[in-house]
Each structure stands twice: as C-alpha cells, then as structure tokens.
Design a protein around this ligand. Sequence first.
Ligand code: F6P
Length: 522
Amino acid sequence: MTTIRCDRTPAWGELKKKFELTGRQFDLRQAFSADAHRFDAMSLQAPHVFADLSKNLLDIDTRACLLELAQQCGLVAKRDAMFAGERINTTENRAVMHWVLRNPPVVDADQSSDATKNVASELQEVHVTLDAMLAYAEKVRNDEAITDIVNIGIGGSDLGPQMALLALDDYVLPTKRFHFVSNVDGHELAAVLRKVKPASTLFLIASKTFTTIETMTNARSAKAWFEASGGTDVARHFAALTTNVSAANSFGVTTTFGFWDWVGGRYSVWSAIGLPLAIAIGADGFKAFLAGAHDMDEHFRTAPLQANLPVQLGLLDVWYRNFHGFSSRSIAPYHCALKRYPAYLQQLEMESNGKRVDITGQALPFGTSPVLWGEPGTNGQHAYFQMLHQGTDVVPVEFVAVKNARHTLPGHHILLLANVLAQAQALMLGKEDVGGHKHFTGNRPSSFLLLDELSPTSLGALIALQEHRVFVSGALWGINSFDQWGVELGKVLAKDVEARLASGDASGLDSSTAGLLARLRA
Ligand code: F6P
C-alpha cells in the first residue's frame, strides 16, 4: 500500500492556489445564483442517508481538486487495505476490522465479496459470537424477573450503546429500564443502585481491555453491593463484554461475550459491547442496525469517489481544517433522541484524529481533528446559535434531520423541520442591517444530512458513515486514526496522585498540584 501525506502531493499546492484565488472569498449566495443546479450537483444519496453539501464553501473545481488530492494520497489503497484486513493500525500492530462485525454471514463461499475472502475465519467467529449474544439478549428480554439492565463501561464501551439506545427509544422494550454508569464518580453508580434491586438487575460489565480503572472500580462496587444486599447467582446477574475473557473470569464473572483486538473501543458498538442495545431493541432490531451499517460499508468500499458520501465529507473536513482554518464543527441533530450523538461523535473524531504526528512519528505542519460539539436542535438555537450566526469565528454546522416522525402530536414535526431548514438558510443568507448589532454576515457553511426515519437501519448507516468520513480525513492527513496514546499519560499520573492524596506526599510536585492537593486534604 502506497500512501502519501496530503501536504506532499501536487494537489495540495493546487488547492492552496485555489484557496487564495477563489476559496477565501467564496460566496454561497453568488454560487447559488450563478448555478441553478448547485443543489443537484452537490447533493448525494447514500444508503439510508441523503446529504445536501451545496451550502458549503467550495465550487465544483475545488471539489475536483480535492478528489485529485484523495487519489494522490492513496486513499483508495488505504481503504482497500482496511477492507483486506491489513494491519493498518501500525502503532498497535492491529488490523482495523469493525466492518466485519456488520458483514452478513457468507452462505456460499463462491459468492463472498472480495472483502470477506480475506477475513473468512474472523467472519465465522463474529457470527458464532453474534448468534450467542443475540440469543442471550432474547432470553433477557423474555425474562420478566429482570427489570433493570445496568451497563458499566466508559468511552466506546458506553457512548455507542448509550447513544444508540437513546436514539432508538421508540423501539426499546418498554418493560425494562436501562441505566448507564461510566464515571468513576461514585455519585453516578450510587444513584443507580438506589433505584434497583439485586434480584431483578442484570449488570453488564463492558470493557474491551477489562482493565479500565473507572469500569473496574464501578464493577467492583456493583458486585460488592449485589453480594451485600443479598444478591445470589452472579452468573445470572453479571455478564462481561470484553476481549479479555480471562480477566473477567478472574473477576468472578463467568457469563461472557467476547470480541477481538481488531475492534477499536470507539468502533465497538457493533460487537458484544452492543448487548444492551440488542436487549433493548431485540435481535431483529440489532440485525437491522448492523445491516444499515453494512450498506454504508459497501457504499464506502465500492462507490466511485465522486459519489462516495464518506469520501465527500472527509474531503470537506480537510478543506475546512487545512485551507479555511476552521478548527471546530458544530453537530446539530434535529431529533431529540439523538441527544448523545454529538458526544459519540466527539470520541469518534477526536480520539481518532486528534494527533500531532503522522504515521511515521513526524510532527505535522498542519491541523488535524477539529473540535466537535453540539446539542439537539431546537435547544441549541436558544443557547449558542447566537455565536454561530454572529460570532467572530466561522463554525461549519452539520445538521441531521429526520423526515418522518414516529409520534402523532400535531404541529410539532413541521415546526421542527421548519427550524432546521431556516437555520441552514439563515446561516447562509445572513441579513443586511446598518446598525451592526442586527447585521448577519451570512455565508456561513453547513451540511445537511437527511434520514427518512430514525430507525435501527438508518442509525446504523449514519454511524458507519461517520466512521468512514473520519477514516478519510485521517488517511489524507497521514495519521494513525486507530490508536489513542494521548489518553495514557493522564491515567499514569492519576495513579501517582491517588497515592499522594492518601499519603499527603507532595514532594517533587509543581506548586499548583501541591497546593490543590493540600487544600483537598485539609
Ligand atoms: O481511555 C480511552 C479508551 O481506551 C477508549 O479508547 C475506550 O473506548 C475506553 O478507554 C474504554 O476502554 P475499555 O473498553 O477497554 O474499558
């Protein structure tokens, strides 16, 4: 596989020139009046997700040049290497195969796609585990004695299943309550334990490594509470979702569902980590979630780059970050059930692409991951949209709207849709006002993702779309999007500080940490 870092390609220089010539001054209003077909030319139907990219600050020429950049960087080779099961996560010497988790089983080996030929044994293992996990999920769904499911996990072992479970609330079994405990702050676990009873609770200990301090601390406390409160039968009331089955067994949990080191934590909702979701929406719902993601995998793997939505979004991300210099992206889902979607995307994008060195360890001379943030609309409109419309920084906004509602309350959905359209319009159009305070510059970019309905299938496709767009920008930036060494230092220091908080030993500490430590101990 030959890949070239984006800034070392001829297209990079071309794009720099383009940016100076037309990019910096690009005006969306003029672009729409000059081209009646701009919407058609810059919108795209991918599986289960329609995207209107026409309100973005680029012309057709720039788009072509960005595609050239992707070609020159070797994006296709890198994408194919992922789908061939190559060890593209070089710092951990691992393959990156979360896509295998949503690949249907191969019934006839001769019919298997190019992708699955290389990963036949992994695919088989995936389906053995998936079948076992879904059978267990159905058993729990039918077990009337279990009323509460408590997922204990953090990062990818929390955000994915929690985000999806909330998003699919309309599909969730109403007879069970779901709780998520991630924070080492005991207030969170204590609040959940106050609400549940040992005999009717199932604890899912979700941790890829089964070593994460927050999860292990919460799991230990949950097990201690269970035993102290008269709970019996740990095998029935505790299950572990992990790649480290032996650690789970040593911890005393024998009901386990495994996965593999080639599934990154932030890409693991499709694995055993998705068990709470499978219990909530059932085996068929979970299969539909996987199927939607698989449809997007196939789109990413096979669609030509100019008609490939993850590629188009990833290229836009590079254009904004490295040419316009925009350092953040606001996520605006216009569906209240997508309330954890921005948080989920934060881990996906910022843990994947928040890197300052390339894959060879060399410092990068350009910016990488933007800061992602957001809240569901219309709430965001009454909080920070002021800054999006009139602030000094331009922040590209990514809207998500859902055409059909699943409630029947009159008047609400049309108002919600009117608001999302109006916000995208207002950002772009702006408004002249001589007074200054009421002037809107407009020309503020946005992308618009549209689902027909928020269902397991469309959610699966939307999430896989986001995974692959992060892959695309990471590939062009020449970084390893699949490790996360940046989280390690804080973990190590926390151990040292924990001991010092207990002992009071402040020797060798900076005066700020020493001062705070003394106040906390006083
Ligand atoms: O600390 C970061 C991280 O490793 C994430 O990448 C991961 O999703 C999270 O911690 C939880 O890890 P685990 O599932 O191993 O407990």
